[in-house]
Design a protein around this ligand. Sequence first.
Ligand code: GRF
Length: 220
Amino acid sequence: MARLKTAVLISGRGSNLQALIDACAEASFPAEIVAVISNRPGVGGLGRAAAAGIPAIVVDHRAYASRADFETALDTALHESGAQIICSAGFMRILTADFVERWRDRCLNIHPSLLPAFPGLDTHARALAAGVRFAGCTVHFVRAEVDAGPIIVQAAVPVLPGDDEAALAARVLAEEHRIYPLALKMVAEGRVRVADGQVLIDGAAAPIGALINPAPENTT
Ligand code: GRF
């Protein structure tokens, strides 16, 4: 079985990266990680990549005069790695429309809210301030607008009495670690396609039960 060659973009601790590394460690998983690329040197995720024997590459955005130059370097690193698909996992640089177009429907992102609610930063604080009863996370295809694009998988969690930002973030993060591998698996299996701006899975708008809080046995 040819496994889908995946590059993971990070800027920090890399816990979602770790979830993807762990999933790809299963021989039957249909994707493999060929490179981890960080725009920041010295971050925790680079250590996770190295520990897993995956090339850990730094493309430091501060070394480039413009966003376009940075993205050219990023693109070069991606192509040199042989990556067929990108998973952005806590990658804190906004990608330009040019870059997004080059990787259209081949670039995934995870965001810690039930998009389209609460795109951008401080997601959990804003969710708590809004008094929502449910929070969650979303894996989607990247588009030029920040934290927007066709939704592949979501998971919801309750907001519980007494929750602060950290408690809610931890509850959501556990779901992130479950749904990112699930989304990558479905994409790698060729089951995911975009039509009219929406994701179809197995050719159909997916039944909600298969995508919201998917059962653990469906995640690998
Ligand atoms: C995650 O909450 C992710 O959804 C967001 O940034 C955070 C990254 O965490 N985009 P980690 O680096 O994967 O631990």
